[in-house]
Design a protein around this ligand. Structure first.
Ligand SMILES: CCCC/C=C/CC(=O)SCCNC(=O)CCNC(=O)[C@H](O)C(C)(C)COP(=O)(O)OP(=O)(O)OC[C@H]1O[C@@H](n2cnc3c(N)ncnc32)[C@H](O)[C@@H]1OP(=O)(O)O
Length: 302
């Protein structure tokens, strides 16, 4: 089957935003050899990867200042780094964290959703879907070391992880606050939240767009542990050791059993989900809401 920018994984065809990159046309073996991560750090402009091959883990740091908003570039680099680690059998786990002080990720980049054309919105949404699918179905153990504010798409990323450690700082709120922007979290954002904190708590959190401070986030189960800020990394490492003590095949099959149905819901309707997004985000009223929200963010400083 000829796939120009798609890769078949099981029954899924995954988008390959990097298909144009040098080396993309290499044979699998050669490509894997070149792509092997080794002991030295690698990464890209916006995603730093610090591998520890002896421990079988890597720390992945988002570095897109000032707030790690998920631009098309960041999404693309994120997926590329993730795939490199997934394809290198040395690695069994990733600790996902931020290199931007005080912010884990500000979520989707509002500039990607404002004043652009439908083709751009479609490309952007496909990249958002792709990152979610890759993270949600990752065979690796993913631990989120949340060292900053974590709204909306930032929260979604952390919810795809197997475990969340949050720094105890009242500014580090976490949640799906889309309604506060006048937009609606799509069904797969909602499903990811429901799978984590249950239906009733999700309904309240989603309708009200609640951004939970650490103690409340812990209480509702949005995060698994709250620790002093200087212990986030070490806690993530010790949690990782515990998860890696489980045989991979058993843990991976169990993870897949728990998550596949949720992921399949999106896989089956990716195109219509893109069309829904493009139609929704292109509305004048939604564009206006986003502009107002951006204006408030900017005013905050003045
Ligand atoms: C329609 C279908 C559903 C679509 C789903 C969408 C999900 C999303 O993820 S929407 C994005 C929601 N994100 C937010 O609501 C977070 C907004 N940002 C903040 O609350 C704060 O920036 C912060 C708490 C994350 C950090 O606060 P801090 O005081 O450190 O920084 P700021 O001065 O607020 O921001 C610095 C700079 O960055 C710009 N910015 C912030 N967030 C975003 C963003 N998500 N996209 C693009 N740009 C963002 C902010 O405007 C400032 O820009 P200027 O320096 O130019 O003023």
């Amino acid at each position: 089957m000829a796939l120009v920018a798609g890769m078949r994984v099981g029954s899924r065809v995954l988008f390959r935003p990097w298909a144009w990159l040098p080396g993309a046309a290499l044979g699998r073996k050669e490509s894997a050899a070149r792509g092997r991560v080794g002991a030295r750090g690698f990464g890209s402009q916006r995603v730093l990867v610090e591998p520890d091959p002896a421990a079988g883990i890597a720390v992945m740091k988002l570095k897109s200042p000032p707030v790690n908003s998920l631009s098309l570039e960041l999404l693309t680099e994120f997926v590329i780094s993730l795939e490199k680690l997934e394809n290198d059998k040395t690695f069994r786990g990733i600790i996902l964290t931020s290199d931007c002080p005080g912010v884990f990720s500000a979520g989707l980049d509002l500039m990607e959703m404002c004043g652009k054309n439908p083709a751009h919105y479609a490309e952007y949404w496909k990249a958002v879907q792709e990152l979610w699918l890759r993270l949600y179905l990752s065979n690796l153990v993913l631990i989120a070391a949340i060292n900053g504010a974590c709204p909306a798409g930032g929260c979604l990323i952390s919810l795809t992880c197997d475990y969340r450690v949050l720094a105890d700082n009242p500014k580090y709120v976490i949640g799906l606050n889309e309604t506060l922007l006048g937009i609606v979290a799509p069904f797969w954002f909602k499903d990811t939240l429901v799978n984590t904190i249950g239906h009733r708590t999700s309904e309240r959190a989603l309708q009200l767009g609640i951004l939970f401070p650490p103690a409340e986030a812990l209480q509702v189960g949005m995060v698994d542990k709250v620790v002093p800020e200087d212990q986030v990394q070490s806690t993530a490492l010790s949690v990782m050791a515990q998860w890696l003590s489980i045989p991979d095949h058993a843990r991976q099959l169990t993870k897949n059993m728990m998550r596949k149905a949720t992921a399949d819901r999106l896989v089956k309707q990716r195109d219509s989900d893109i069309q829904n997004f493009v139609g929704f985000i292109s509305r004048d009223s939604i564009q206006k809401s986003l502009q107002v929200y951006l204006g408030k963010l900017r005013q905050k400083k003045g």
